[in-house]
Design a protein around this ligand. Structure first.
Ligand SMILES: [Zn+2]
Length: 73
């Protein structure tokens, strides 16, 4: 017996206020709580990972590879 569909109606509670979450604002219960969560993000409450720097673009110390055309033989 599969009751997964029934469980789908029971979403996890709102992470902000622990109320039952609304489908329209999952996982939050309302737009307000969604905004609260967003504000935390913008406020830096959550650790926002910095943009990963591409080591290939920051190679001032590493000389660029210059393939020698038929110079090795
Ligand atoms: Zn809430």
């Amino acid at each position: 017996m599969n009751i997964a569909n029934d469980n789908a109606a029971k979403a996890a509670p709102c992470p902000i206020c622990r109320k039952a979450s609304a489908l329209a604002y999952r996982p939050f219960c309302s737009k307000r709580c969604a905004d609260v969560d967003l504000a935390r993000w913008l406020g830096g409450t959550y650790a926002i990972p910095a943009a990963p720097t591409d080591p290939d673009e920051d190679d001032e110390e590493t000389p660029p590879r210059r393939p020698r055309a038929s110079d090795e033989d």
